[in-house]
Design a protein around this ligand. Structure first.
Ligand code: ATP
Length: 271
């Protein structure tokens, strides 16, 4: 991927099959992302306005970023990734310039997806101007983002995806038609999704027949996808730590790791 400060660009390699569970959500994203990006001329022919922005919200580590990348892969779109926190921390004017520049570059190489992680940091509710009449960094970034999104009306093949754990913190101006038209909740994985996630992350690993992924899925309620991925990786490391010449990973390795983990979702309020 090419990297300019604060933004990475690539066509991601992640496919829908790399994501366990979330079948309904994947279907909705396919329609909202693949169709307009791949068949923008069909939309114009019928005078149908495609979705321009999608907000994904839900607890951390439950595949918001991965879904956005899979959507870009499926549409063979360039994926521009920006972090809200990083934009916020830039020098005066630098964040706005990067935003404008990213939209400009995305237009040049369309189809493109512009992805904002931690979107609430730059799209937080406005509190009005300060006593001196000056605007804050967040307000300037938000107004630049609004201007750029409104400018997408004429641009074809560009979609903005944003992810947040705090949807209630997002400014209402971004929720108007033509901006984030679609808001999708990305839930923590249920039993079936946990099983599928474990399958995805062990498919390249040598695991023994004594490893029962269905049972592990039952025992990992409130684990996020990121934690399940970590569990698989750590089980492999435990096996190697036990014996560096090991040829397979056993159930006991998974159990050792599982008993040492405390799932993040237990202590967290789910938005
Ligand atoms: P954050 O809010 O912290 O940015 P996120 O919701 O964007 O988190 P991701 O970054 O997409 O989460 O996921 C973190 C890791 O967990 C990824 O490496 C991904 O492989 C794994 N993961 C999460 N959910 C799933 C899933 N449903 N299937 C497969 N892997 C998953």
């Amino acid at each position: 991927p090419s990297i300019t400060r604060g933004v990475t660009v690539e066509i991601p390699k992640i496919s829908w099959d790399d994501i366990g569970g979330l079948n309904d959500l994947k279907k909705k994203l396919k329609q909202a992302v693949e169709w307009p990006l791949k068949h923008s001329e069909a939309f114009s022919r019928l005078g149908v306005t495609p979705v321009r922005g999608i907000l994904l919200h839900g607890p951390p580590g439950c595949s918001k970023t991965t879904l956005a990348k899979a959507a870009a892969h499926a549409a063979q779109a360039s994926f521009f990734s920006l972090s809200g926190a990083e934009l916020f921390s830039m020098y005066v004017g630098e964040g706005e310039a990067l935003l404008r520049n990213t939209f400009h570059r995305a237009r040049l190489v369309a189809p493109s997806i512009i992805f904002f992680d931690e979107a609430d940091v730059i799209a937080a509710k406005r509190r009005g101007t300060g006593s001196s009449g000056s605007t804050t960094v967040g307000e300037r970034l938000l107004s630049t983002l609004l201007t750029e999104m409104d400018g997408l009306e004429e641009a074809k093949g560009i979609l903005v995806l944003a992810a947040t754990n705090r949807p209630h913190a997002i400014d209402a101006a971004l929720m108007r038609p033509g901006r984030f038209d679609l808001v999708l909740y990305v839930p923590p994985p249920d039993l079936e999704a946990r099983y599928e996630i474990l399958c995805v992350h062990t498919c390249g690993m040598k695991i023994d027949d004594d490893v029962d992924l269905k049972k592990i899925a039952q025992e990992t309620e409130r684990f996020t996808g990121a934690e399940l991925e970590g569990l698989c990786r750590e089980a492999g490391i435990v096996a190697l730590r036990e014996n560096i010449t090991a040829t397979v990973i056993h159930n006991r390795h998974f159990q050792t790791v599982k008993s040492s983990l405390n799932p993040a979702l237990t202590s967290q309020k789910i938005d």
